[in-house]
Design a protein around this ligand. Structure first.
Ligand SMILES: [Mg+2]
Length: 120
């Protein structure tokens, strides 16, 4: 059975890019969220196998959403999507339980490698 992944990013084109990489590699899309608050709600609703979580988003950022999800679902597997210059936030996210991080612009190979590693 295909593993399901929740895609979280405030930029529609980034979600589309990740979705394209995932579907081409046989993953199922559990849902898409454009901010942290919606990500928390969708996680609760769909209990996906993994989440790709953007860091900078309106309403609720990715670090806060990660902590919120982990507080209720300690088993949650979350990979952070970071941009250049966000090293400090990535460290914070890893300490808060993120499995790994991928850096924008995304390389399909690296995205799939991080997901496979996190799921195993
Ligand atoms: Mg963003």
């Amino acid at each position: 059975m295909a593993e399901s992944i929740l895609i979280v990013d405030d930029a529609a084109f980034m979600r589309m890019m990740v979705k394209d990489i995932l579907t081409k590699n046989g993953y199922e899309i559990a849902g898409e969220a454009e901010d942290g608050q919606k990500a928390v709600e969708l996680y609760k609703e769909h209990q996906p196998d993994l989440v790709t979580m953007d860091i900078t988003m309106p309403e609720m950022d990715g670090i806060t959403a990660l902590k919120e999800i982990k507080a209720h679902h300690p088993e949650a597997k979350i990979i952070m999507c970071s941009a250049m210059g966000q090293q400090a936030m990535v460290v914070d996210a890893i300490q808060a339980g993120a499995k790994d991080f991928i850096v924008k612009p995304f390389q399909a190979d690296r995205v799939i490698e991080a997901i496979q590693k996190a799921l195993n």
